[in-house]
Design a protein around this ligand. Structure first.
Ligand SMILES: O=C(O)c1cc(=O)[nH]c(=O)n1[C@@H]1O[C@H](COP(=O)(O)O)[C@@H](O)[C@H]1O
Length: 235
């Protein structure tokens, strides 16, 4: 498993994204989410691929199995490295997502990794119990959703780094944990509830950390990225 820091490109449009990306000389692992993809569509993926960056296309699909399968078939043609769904869509929907990816991936290419969001890092245990009406602890809910995800044939989950250790213990080190909600101790947590530092995420065994605002809003994004990279990879 290649561990990596994934930079969330939560920008309004192509111009803002290009201005950010142009500051970096190295090849990055970046995440394109709803904001940027809905503004620019597949051309933003094409641009980032041409620049040799790896891409996590984070559209968090959650619909009936037939719709998710067809959507994934189209996303597979974009040649990204990773995509995601919501595990709450249930096992049949997650199986359909993988089927769509397999069908849509051009011959000779690897299908993108497919991971499932368990509980958003902006959700606390209290919110989950009172507003999503799940009468369980948050770690148990993440573990159960992760088991369903594995059963459906996906490659891993999105969770908080706080849950990573147990997930790897119970589901194996090959089962990918991609963990947003990353902040330096001095950063504002914003809308995130389950927050972990890059060093702690490394200790807990996250495979990927997703970092947005801590890098994109930094005075010097390149230096901040390099620092977080060192902290996470233990260099
Ligand atoms: O799937 C995701 O990437 C995701 C899942 C989750 O549970 N929490 C979460 O924050 N994210 C994404 O990770 C990024 C975190 O951004 P920052 O809070 O700015 O670091 C955002 O682009 C979110 O959409």
């Amino acid at each position: 498993m290649n561990k990596a820091v994934i930079i969330a490109l939560d920008f309004k449009n192509f111009e803002e994204t290009k201005a950010f990306i142009d500051q970096f000389e190295e090849s990055l692992y970046v995440k394109v989410g709803m904001e940027l993809f809905y503004a620019e569509g597949p051309q933003i993926i094409k641009y980032l691929k041409e620049k040799n960056h790896k891409i996590f296309l984070d559209l968090k699909l959650h619909d009936i199995p037939n719709t998710v399968k067809s959507a994934m078939k189209n996303l597979a043609r974009l040649g990204v490295d990773m995509v995601n769904v919501h595990a709450a869509g249930t096992i049949p929907m997650m199986k359909a997502a993988v089927e769509g990816l397999i069908e849509g991936t051009p011959e000779g290419e690897n299908r993108p990794l497919c991971i499932a969001v368990t509980q958003l890092t902006s959700t606390s245990e209290e919110m989950m119990q009172e507003q999503i009406l799940i009468n369980e602890t948050l770690p148990n809910t993440v573990l159960k959703y992760a088991q369903f995800t594995k059963e459906a044939g996906l490659d891993g989950i999105v969770c908080s780094a706080l849950e990573t250790k147990e997930i790897h213990e119970k589901l194996g080190l090959d089962f990918v944990t991609c963990t947003p909600g990353i902040r330096q101790a001095s950063d504002s947590v914003d809308d995130q509830k389950r927050v972990v530092t890059p060093e702690k995420a490394r200790e807990l065994g996250s495979d990927y950390i997703v970092v947005g605002r801590s890098i994109t809003r930094a005075q010097n994004p390149v230096e901040t990225y390099q620092l977080i990279n060192k902290q996470f990879l233990g260099l």
